[in-house]
Design a protein around this ligand. Sequence first.
Ligand code: NAP
Length: 306
Amino acid sequence: MRDRSGDGQREDPQDRQPGSAQEYERIIITGCGILGACVKEVFPGAISVDRSSKTRNHRNVDMTDPAAMSALLGELRPEVIIHTAAMTNVDACEQRQDEARRANVEATAWLCRWAVKHHARLVFISTDYVFDGEQGAYKETDDVRPLSVYAKTKVEAEASVRALLPESQYLIFRVSATISPYGRDWMLEALREGKPIQATDEIVTPTYAPDAAESIRIALQNQLSGTYHLATSSSLTRYALARKLAAAFNYPTNSISEVSGEIFWAGKAQRPKNSSLDTTKALKQGLIIRSTDEVLADYTARVQGR
Ligand SMILES: NC(=O)c1ccc[n+]([C@@H]2O[C@H](COP(=O)([O-])OP(=O)(O)OC[C@H]3O[C@@H](n4cnc5c(N)ncnc54)[C@H](OP(=O)(O)O)[C@@H]3O)[C@@H](O)[C@H]2O)c1
């Protein structure tokens, strides 16, 4: 059982601004992982849902169980569903494809149908892995070509959202290699212990979970709809990111070596070489897009302040 704490107090209804996302009185967040926990910080009155977290304002329900979900949503009657929960282990999805489909596709389609019937807004979290990584700097309108089972399930889930809900009722946010003050940061632990680290040459635009969470709040407040990329403004290799992380925490960088993604993931699910996201559309709409250096400074302060 995970013990994910950190959710704040319920909001004071008097703090609600007219027309703001805080006007939504009933918000459900599926998933309380490294992104969901940050989203919950931004919506302290929301109820989160997953199978194992132990935290305040939280229910343990399996989202692939329609009867349990129906009972929960019938009781809570959310006006907004922020759907972050997913089977996120890319290699496990390759090995357990039926489970991946149930969690990532069928549960999402079920939530869409509930949202249509009950006039709720749905925020769906997708991934940079919808792209094949041959081009990089992907815009929202670029063609998807998923390489792995995980990525295929997210593409299918996106398609369900677009097919089942009118555009005004949904937001799809594609996020990328996520940096979060919640959960374990394996890289940081290895750096702290001086263990050798291999980091790949895959190019990414990391997503800072607190910024993504705040962007979701702004998007709901401003009644945005459609698909957006939420990531940092600068693309870099995972190796360069590991070195920046080490430098931000004043750890030596000589324990980090670069390895080709093809070699590192040999025999595992295929990953895109360059899945960097173009965030121009999100920036134009006033969503939070910062540089990797800026978010690492914030991340360092949060981790050191714990
Ligand atoms: N992390 C990344 O680098 C990254 C990159 C691109 C896109 N994304 C996307 O971002 C979203 C959030 O991912 P994350 O990084 O926060 O993942 P995470 O830390 O692995 O959290 C996933 C959450 O989903 C819950 N969950 C999984 N199966 C469930 C089920 N059957 N019923 C109820 N809850 C279930 C998990 O809790 P239980 O297991 O306790 O149920 C957990 O709370 C996902 O949609 C993911 O595809 C993440």
